[in-house]
Design a protein around this ligand. Sequence first.
Ligand SMILES: Nc1nc2c(ncn2[C@@H]2O[C@H](COP(=O)(O)OP(=O)(O)OP(=O)(O)O)[C@@H](O)[C@H]2O)c(=O)[nH]1
Length: 409
Amino acid sequence: MNEVPWIEIIAGLVVAASGGGLIGWLRARAKRSGEARGGTDTLEKPERDVADVTSETEEAGGPSSGTVVIHEPGAAEAEAEPAAAEPAAESPVVEKPAPVAGRLVRLRDRLARSGSPLGARLLEVLSRDSLTEDDWDELEEELLLADIGAGPTTELLDSLRTRVRVLGVRDPSAVRELLREELVALVGADMDRSLHVEPAAGEDGARLPAVVLVVGVNGTGKTTTVGKLARVLVAEDRSVVLGAADTFRAAAADQLTTWGARVGVETVRSDKEGADPASVAFDAVARGRDDKVDVVLVDTAGRLQNKAGLMDELGKIVRVTSKVAAPSEVLLVLDATTGQNGLTQARVFAEVAGVTGIVLTKLDGTAKGGIVVQVQRELGVPVKLVGLGEGPDDLAPFDAADFVDGILG
Ligand SMILES: Nc1nc2c(ncn2[C@@H]2O[C@H](COP(=O)(O)OP(=O)(O)OP(=O)(O)O)[C@@H](O)[C@H]2O)c(=O)[nH]1
């Protein structure tokens, strides 16, 4: 046991007497001493019933509840890779994420690998000598097969037809340019796709972190996206805390901890499987506030059987975290390879969670880039990020013109 300096005991008693509370002082001291030792910062809270914990958190808006373990990067790495673990004394190697600008350029290569890109097929038809009705039908079919959706397909073809006729364009490069302009307009060149991740000032003037909730059906790539997004933010010199509120799948918290550890980012998680997600989310946001970080990214579970359950869980996460800082972004993760099916599920999430942006994952696994257009139309929110592969830096900010250049090849 450490020796307690007398001066600190006297100071502690003074704090206790002045209303700070002895327990608070002891906790603060224990925390400081843990930090000084450089050990894992584990906040053990008394085990209580999850329902008690949550209602208390909600009512009080005060200190967090449940057993929440904060995994500091070094500890997480040692856990994730026991066989390859370095001697404990060595500090973990923190990776430097790749720069964010220009990542979407990789799309062209990725799409080329997943089949003939939409743009190439369209251009093949458009470069025929004289365009017959059959050719226009073929274009329509290609666009529909690419998941652009019926309405946008008709719009694009009507406009393109008129311009080709009026301008009398036959030169393939001029036709390509017209098609490019039409596609960029359809994808939405002037939508606000910026991520709102600026810290804000609370009512008392205190600095509050931006809170980003990541929601969506399981298996779409939520946890991976949170990990990749943490790297994007770190690459932009922002400080980040992760919240593992997907308490349904135990491995999700481990997965997230490993992602965070690789770039020196802490993960707040529960050591109880099936713990209350709202409680973990609250703790993560409170930790972000206390540590004055810029952004708290919260991973959530998607395995909910019905709309009422989903509404309850996500609604509660939003309510509870808002007691510290309201989410500035709710990102819906969608798997681009699931097409229409994914959209049906996405609509439910969009209805219940107040989605502010879409992350379209696995765009590298489909030649159907048209889903971007349909998703935005159906849900009325912009695609802000796209997943281009399983690599740690395969997440790119979305840009309409770069995207169209990618699919036109
Ligand atoms: N090719 C490709 N694979 C991806 C992309 N994003 C995620 N994945 C893969 O998709 C799989 C599922 O990802 P997770 O992040 O575990 O999905 P989740 O939505 O968190 O799943 P649950 O935790 O079960 O809800 C993993 O194998 C990821 O590597 C992407 O952009 N491209």
